[in-house]
Ligand binder design. Structure first.
Ligand code: NAD
Length: 252
C-alpha cells in the first residue's frame, strides 16, 4: 500500500466538518489528494482545514448543503479544472430513533434529503466529469442501518437501504465508463452524530436496545476513513458495487 496513493488526484468529501467525513478529508489529503471538503458547519470545516494545513497540505472547503441543488453546483464548481477522481458521500444525519408510527414529516423529509437526495445530487453532478475523464470512484458511507432494521428509526434505516440501492445502480450503469461505486456500512463510530440520535420514543428505543448488545466495540472515525481511502483508490480497481461492513462483527 502506497502512503501517497492519491498524489495528483482530486477528492470531493461531503460532511467534511466532523466525524468520519473530517477523518476522510484529512486522510486523503495526507495521502496526496487535492481535497474539496464541504459541510453545512463552517466551524467544523475550519477545523478540518487546520488539520490538513498542519499536515503540510492544502485544502479547499465550501460551506454548502448537499440536499440543495444550487449548493451542490457551488461545491462542484470548486473542483480544480472540473477534475475529480473520488467522490466520498459521507454527510448524513440520524432520525431520533423514531418508529414509523411516530415519525413527523419534517424529520422524514430531512433524513431523506440529506442521506439520499444529497448523494444523488453529488453523483449526478460528478459522473459526467468522471465519464469524460475515463474513470473515477464513488464511495458512499451508508450504515449497518442499510442492512438491518435493528439500529435506528424507520427514516434512517430506509435512507441507508436506499443509499445502498443507489450505489448498486451506479455500479452497474457506469462500470463501462471505468467508474466504480461502493458502499461502507459502519457500526457504531465515535463522532458527533449524537446530535440527531437522541431517542424520542422510549418504547421504540427499548425494542432496539436488545440489538445494541451485539456491538463489540465503537470505532474511531479514521478506521472508516482508511476503508474509504482504499475503496476509492486504484488498488480497489476490481471492487465495484460492493457493500462493505466495518462494524467489528455486529452484523456477522
Ligand atoms: N457515527 C456512527 O455511529 C455512524 C454509524 C454508521 C454510519 N454513519 C454514517 O456516517 C456518516 C458520517 O456521520 P458521522 O458519524 O461522522 O456524524 P457527524 O455528525 O460527526 O458528521 C456528519 C457531518 O455531516 C454534516 N452534514 C449534515 N447535514 C449536511 C448537509 N445537508 N450538507 C452537508 N453536510 C451536512 C454535519 O454538519 C457533520 O459535520 C453519516 O452518513 C452517518 O449516517 C455513522
Amino acid at each position: 500500500m502506497s502512503e501517497q496513493r492519491y498524489e495528483g488526484r482530486v477528492a470531493l468529501v461531503t460532511g467534511a466538518g466532523s466525524g468520519i467525513g473530517q477523518a476522510v478529508a484529512v486522510r486523503l489529503a495526507t495521502e496526496g489528494a487535492y481535497v474539496v471538503g464541504c459541510d453545512v458547519d463552517a466551524d467544523g470545516l475550519a477545523e478540518t482545514e487546520k488539520q490538513i494545513v498542519d499536515a503540510g497540505r492544502t485544502a479547499v472547503t465550501v460551506i454548502g448543503d448537499v440536499s440543495v441543488q444550487a449548493d451542490v453546483e457551488r461545491i462542484v464548481a470548486a473542483l480544480p479544472d472540473g477534475r475529480i477522481d473520488l467522490l466520498a458521500n459521507v454527510a448524513g444525519i440520524m432520525d431520533f430513533f423514531l418508529p414509523v408510527t411516530e415519525v413527523d414529516d419534517a424529520t422524514w423529509e430531512r433524513v431523506m434529503a440529506v442521506n439520499v437526495t444529497g448523494p444523488m445530487r453529488l453523483s449526478r453532478a460528478v459522473l459526467p466529469l468522471m465519464r469524460t475523464a475515463g474513470g473515477g470512484a464513488i464511495v458512499n458511507v451508508a450504515s449497518i442501518g442499510g442492512l438491518t432494521g435493528a439500529v435506528a428509526g424507520t427514516a434512517y434505516v430506509t435512507s441507508k437501504h436506499a443509499l445502498i440501492g443507489m450505489t448498486r445502480s451506479i455500479a452497474v450503469l457506469y462500470a463501462a465508463d471505468g467508474i466504480r461505486a461502493t458502499a461502507i456500512c459502519p457500526g457504531g463510530v465515535e463522532t458527533n452524530i449524537g446530535r440527531t440520535a437522541v431517542p424520542k420514543v422510549p418504547w421504540a428505543y427499548e425494542r432496539l436496545s436488545t440489538s445494541f448488545a451485539r456491538s463489540t466495540r465503537t470505532a474511531q472515525p479514521d478506521e472508516i476513513a482508511t476503508l474509504v481511502s482504499w475503496l476509492g483508490s486504484a488498488e480497489a480497481v476490481n471492487v465495484n458495487g460492493a457493500v462493505v461492513t466495518s462494524d467489528g462483527g455486529f452484523t456477522a
